[in-house]
Write a new protein. Structure first.
Length: 270
């Protein structure tokens, strides 16, 4: 049966429309946002590890940073990166935090593998960069290893990670908190934890922080402590905060939030 020119024109338009819809699907808002969040996590984790582990390496090699300087560096770099990309990705930089958010349904489960992979890649890139630039010897290892027994460091990692997640839950997931202070609160918590647990366990609180240097410098001593401890600690910290989250205040009061908190809520709802 012959096809009229008008019908052929309609078929061509339909074909072009289908191609356009397919293109829109491939470049949908959700995909673009996920790519943006992935890049933010890689970049954020890179600079957290580069600055924090860099201070450890420089101190071991040249002795010019000091232990208090290392503590402050870790806190400051986390604070800076939270404010830099928190409104884009939520500024996790930590697989344990991402997993805990997903467990309590404050982060999409399907995005967990992408976030965790991004954080590990960022840590490995930063560790490799430090290794190539500074050329550290094995004695200058800038990862984390237990100073005492593995169990001692394991307990400390659980406690410090508990405190970190407890604070994050308060300032980043509770609408009653002052969202603009999230970066300061989280950075200060990390500084305090490093002061207390740094000389014993290294105060990792972050599997990616320990895994990147371990892979690059081939030092896996007590690595299980830093893969398991932070996950247990963040889960417990998130659980305890959820027990005290509820309030009898009117809805109009508990839904008030700052700009930073709103952006965190949007990221966790995507």
């Amino acid at each position: 049966m012959a096809t009229s020119p008008a019908a052929e024109h309609v078929d061509e338009e339909n074909a072009r429309g289908e191609e356009t819809r397919q293109g829109d699907c491939l470049s949908s808002t959700g995909v673009v946002r996920l790519i943006q969040k992935t890049i933010a996590e890689v970049v954020g984790t890179f600079f957290v590890i580069f600055a924090g582990c860099g201070s450890v390496a420089v101190n071991k090699m040249y002795g010019s940073v000091s232990f208090p300087g290392i503590c402050i560096t870790w806190g400051l770099v986390v604070m800076v990166m939270v404010y830099a990309v928190g409104h884009i990705s939520g500024a996790h930089f930590n697989p344990a935090v991402t997993i805990t958010f997903a467990i309590f349904r404050r982060f999409p489960l399907k995005e967990v593998p992408i976030y965790v992979l991004s954080q590990i890649c960022g840590s490995m890139l930063a560790s490799f960069t430090l290794y190539e630039v500074l050329s550290p010897k094995p004695a200058h290892f800038f990862g984390t290893t237990p100073a005492g027994s593995d169990m001692q460091s394991f307990v400390l990692e659980i406690i410090t990670s508990f405190l970190l997640m407890f604070v994050i839950s308060g300032v980043a997931t509770d609408n009653r908190a002052i969202g603009e202070l999230a970066g300061i609160a989280v950075g200060s918590t990390i500084t305090l934890n490093v002061f207390v647990a740094g000389p014993i366990s290294g105060a990792s609180m972050n599997p990616a922080r320990s895994l990147g240097p371990a892979i690059v410098m081939h030092n896996y001593k007590g690595i299980w402590v830093y893969l398991v401890g932070p996950i247990i600690g963040t889960f417990l910290g998130g659980s305890v905060y959820n027990l005290i989250r509820f309030t009898d205040k009117p809805l109009r009061e508990i839904t008030k939030s700052g700009s930073f908190l709103k952006s965190m809520s949007r990221n966790n709802s995507l």
